[in-house]
Ligand binder design. Sequence first.
Ligand SMILES: [Zn+2]
Length: 326
Amino acid sequence: MKRLGSTARSWRYVLLAFMLAPLLLALALDRAHARDSAAFDYGLVPRQIADGVYVLEGRKEDFSTANGGDIANTGFIVGTAGVIVIDTGSSRRYGEQMRVAIARITPLPVVLTINTHHHPDHFLGNQAFPPDTLAALPATIAGIEAEGGAFNDNLYRLVGDWMRDTEVVVPRRRLAAGRQLVAGRDIELLALGGHTAADLVVIDHVSGTVFAADLVFNGRAPTTPHADIPRWMEAIAQLERLPARRWVPGHGAVHEDTEPLRQTRAYLDWLSRTLQAAAESGLDMAEAMTLPVAAEFRTLALVEHEYRRSVVHLFPAAERAALGSR
Ligand SMILES: [Zn+2]
């Protein structure tokens, strides 16, 4: 009797579980949905840094499922006749949320959407912007065409569902250096390079704001997958001569003086001298990776990680140069 009684009780539990299952499933789905819409919210809040000039500051982190790829600075300038957008972020969702954030500030249309260079955290939000406004330097367009698909696939792996429905949209408007009125705003474009083959700097002359793209990092170690260090350092030297009132780096905080430029240049200088010395003394790549980061750069976010990546990017050329000089 005892055994029969316990079997009957077990069956009652099974029956109860069956009856409750649809209700529990519905509750779970509801909660998952609520969590999703909160989880895929970048929380973009543009910060006004000058009259009509806004920045959306990314985190000083590497790509992750926690940050959804919100690791670079984007910005926009509101003219009298429209909005100039500088970089579109890392995903379709980012671009869409950036547009909503812009629309909260001005009803004016976006008339120019610039991709400063071809790295994925700067252009994969393009889908959210009018296609005829998308513009970049010719070498950036070529870079997006050649590598955009692989970057997009890689970000799906690194940040997951934040990337849902993100596709590469290649800008068709080819930009050139020069100063002109854009949307009623006195804007100058500088066509530089060194971080990548083409890095576009945007100067807003009225406010003295320079969007320096990834030629300048602030408080975060520079990334070097497409770097030409001597050219990059030359570009920074050129930027240092500008009569700017504030600097928007590609990564890290907006700054009023040239300290982030000095910092980026000093790091690049140390990096290239370190790798050159390592190659000349016959170290191999694994040994070069174990070299300590100089004390003055240890406070830079991600510096150990970026140093090791830079060894992979730059050490083979340093080795070739060392062999050539023997
Ligand atoms: Zn970059």
